[in-house]
Design a binder for this molecule. Sequence first.
Ligand code: ADP
Ligand code: MG
Length: 462
Amino acid sequence: MDALWQRVSNRVRDELGQVGFETWIGPLNFVGMEGRTATIQAPNKFFRDWVHDRYLDLLRESLSAEAGMSVNVMLVVDNQNGNGHGNGNGNGHHNGAARPTAAPPPAINNPAGGREGRTQLNPRYTFAEFVIGSSNQFAHAAAQAVANQPGEKYNPLFIYGGVGLGKTHLATAIGHHLQAGRDRPRKVLFVPAEIFMNELISSLRRDRMGEFKEKMRRVDALILDDVQFLAGRERTQEEFFHTFNSLHAERHQIVLTSDKAPRDIAGLEERLRNRFESGLIADIAPPDLETRVAIVQKKAALENLQLAPDVALYVAQNVSSNVRELEGCLTRLAAFASLNKCAITVDFARQALRDLIREQEVKLDIDLIQKRVSEFFHIRLADLKSKKRTQHIAFCRQVAMYLCRKLTDSSFPTIGDRFGRDHSTVIHAYNLISRRVSNDSAFRHSIEKIERDLKNMRPDAA
Ligand code: ADP
Ligand code: MG
C-alpha cells in the first residue's frame, strides 16, 4: 500500500511541483484501498475542501493509473487531528469546532472519471485570469489573435517556454474563448500529448483507429499540450502528422505548447518540425518582478486572500523561477494563515515559507552595479566610467557610486579606482545621494527600485 501511495505521490509531485506537493499532498494520509475505493485523510476540513476542489481529479487519475483500474477517492477529515484547528479561510467554511469523533466523517465520493479529467479545459485558465507582462505579452497577443480568428491567421500557433510559465494556461484560454464563441461555439479538443499517445496505442490495440481519427479530426480546434513529449515516438508522430494535415487542410485551428522551440526538440521528425514552424511561434519568458507582483496580487484576490503590498512584494521577490511555485507559496500562506488564524505579515510569510524559498543573496559587485545603473538611466556604460561632466551623467555616476558603497563591501578608494576617480569624489557622491534619499521620498523610491532590480536579478542574468 505504501508503495502504491509512494508512486502516486511521485506522479502528483511531478504535476504540482514541489511546493504545491508539500503544502497540500504531503499532509494527507493514505488510509488504504477497499475494493476500488481509496480512502485519504486530510488533517482538517480546510485541507479537505481545498484538496477536493483542486486536486481530486489529479489524485483519482494518479491512483487509477498506478493501481491499473479506475479508483474512487474518498476524502475524509482526520478527526483526531482536525479538531481544535479553526478554520477561517475567508470562504465561509467553518469547521464545527469540536466534532465528536464518533460522527461519521464527511466523505466526498466521486465516481471514477477515467482519464477524461485531464482532457477538459481547466476552468481557471482563462484570459481574464492571465496577467500580462513583458515576458508573455507577445504570446498573449498571439493567443488572442488566434482566439478571435481561429484557423485564419496563425495556424498552428506554437507556444513554448519553461515549466510553469503559463503555456497550458494560455492555450486553454484560447479553448475557452472558442468554446464560448460569440458568433458560433466551436468544438475544442484539449489533449496533453501523452494522452494523445496513450489513446492512440489503446485504439491500435483494440482496432478502433477509425474512432480515434474521428475524435481528433472532427473538431474546430485541437490543442496539443506539451508536444515535446512526442519526441522519439515515431508511431505517434506519424499519426499526429496526419491529424495535423487533416485539420490544417480544413483550416481548423491547431495550438501546440512545448518546453522548447521546435528546432530544439531532439527526436522530432523533420516534417513535423516544418509544420510546427509554418505558423506562428511565440515564447514565454520568466516574468519580471512587476509581473510577478501582479500575478501574486491577482491570485490572492481570486482566493479572497488579504495580502498587504509588502507581502506580495516579498513573495514575488523571493520566487522568481516559475509561476506555479509562486502560486504554491500563496496557497501555503493561505493555509497557514487559516490554521493559525492570523494576519499575513512579511515576518509571517518568511516563517511560513522558510523551507520553500531561500532568500536570494545575489552577490553584487561594482561591475554589475555600473552596468545596471547605466541601463536604468539609459546612458552608456563607457560614459558612466568616463570623465564626462554633463549634469545628467555626473548624477548617474553619483548614484552608481552610492550604490556600490551601500551594496558591496568595497572601500571608497576601491570604488574610486573603478570609476577612475579619487576616493574623496566617491565620499562626496555618497554623502550627497544619502542626504537626498533621506529628504526626498520620490527620489528614495527610485533608488529603492534600482536596488530591488539589482537584488532581484538572477545570477545567470548578470
Ligand atoms: P506551463 O504549462 O507553462 O508549465 P501553466 O500554464 O500550467 O504552466 O501555469 C502554471 C500555473 O501558473 C497555472 O496555475 C497558471 O494559472 C499560472 N500562471 C502562469 N502564468 C500566469 C500569468 N501570466 N497570469 C496568471 N497566472 C499564470
Ligand atoms: Mg503545461
